[in-house]
Ligand binder design. Structure first.
Ligand code: KIV
Length: 264
């Protein structure tokens, strides 16, 4: 049975944190043991990311991750979490149309125990977000670098660096908010664009490799522990100098909350 209860982090508490300018600390986890460490340390949000394709399964991208994988890992995480909000990634092609998006989001929530689903989005996904939202599915829209598109974009490079692409990301953020998204996540975009999005929308905005001005930060667990099997992204920070895994996670939360991470 899931350890989740109704007194933990909710979309309302994330909105309140944004209003009172308390930074939202988020980290990925893929199993019960780490999820419990994160939850007990006071993590606000735990993402069961499809990054598990790389850091758990050892693949070179997230494209191979399946719904079966996501349900399994989300269930492992949700079983151990009492307080943090658990978000599950919708894997590649699991939301290519409204019907499969509704079906797969249902599975992540009912079988996995997720409290929110995340999908990689442009303005094109607004209809899908709208339908999910209308059916009671909390949605995090992931903008900027969208790793599931790696074979289409050809590399994990920073997005939104020219005026047109920056404007498209900003417009998508607004459209996805209007469609009913509850949370935005921006990955690998210029800090100035992330700040502009955060100042434009009314939703909490979580950043990764997107500067200091978002409402919160997220990293991949293995990156902060220094055990990523492949290349560690340049914006990540290894916290294992703090001795134990528990101390590393607590130090990460403390630095996100204080604004020390990410550095200026
Ligand atoms: O899959 C994932 O872990 C993610 C984070 C990198 C934000 O999407």
């Amino acid at each position: 049975m899931s350890a989740q209860n109704s007194v933990g982090t909710s979309i309302n508490s994330l909105r309140q944190m944004r209003e009172r300018k308390e930074k939202i600390a988020c980290l990925t986890a893929y199993d019960a043991a780490f999820a419990k460490v994160l939850d007990e340390a006071g993590m606000d949000v735990i993402l069961v990311g499809d990054s598990l394709g790389m850091v758990v399964q050892g693949n070179s991208s997230t494209v191979s991750v399946t719904m079966e994988d996501m349900i399994y890992h989300t269930r492992c995480v949700a079983s151990a979490v009492a307080s943090a909000l658990v978000i599950a990634d919708m894997p590649f092609m699991s939301y290519s149309n409204v019907d499969n998006a509704l079906h797969n989001a249902t599975l992540l929530m009912q079988e996995g125990g997720a409290q929110m689903v995340k999908l990689e989005a442009t303005q094109r996904q607004a209809e899908i977000v709208s339908e999910l939202s209308a059916c009671g599915v909390p949605v995090c829209a992931h903008l900027g670098l969208r790793p599931q598109y790696i074979h289409k974009i050809g590399g994990y490079q920073i997005q939104g660096t020219d005026n047109d692409s920056a404007d498209a990301i900003l417009q998508a953020a607004v459209a996805l908010q209007n469609a009913g998204a509850d949370l935005l996540l921006v990955e690998c975009i210029p800090a100035s664009l992330a700040a502009q999005i955060t100042n434009t929308v009314e939703l909490p905005v979580i950043g990764i490799g997107a500067g200091r001005d978002c409402d919160g930060q997220i990293l991949v667990l293995q990156d902060i522990l220094g055990i990523t099997p492949g290349k560690t992204p340049p914006f990540a920070k290894n916290y294992m100098g703090n001795g134990t895994i528990q101390n590393a996670v607590r130090a990460y939360i403390k630095e996100v909350k204080s604004g020390e991470f990410p550095p200026a």
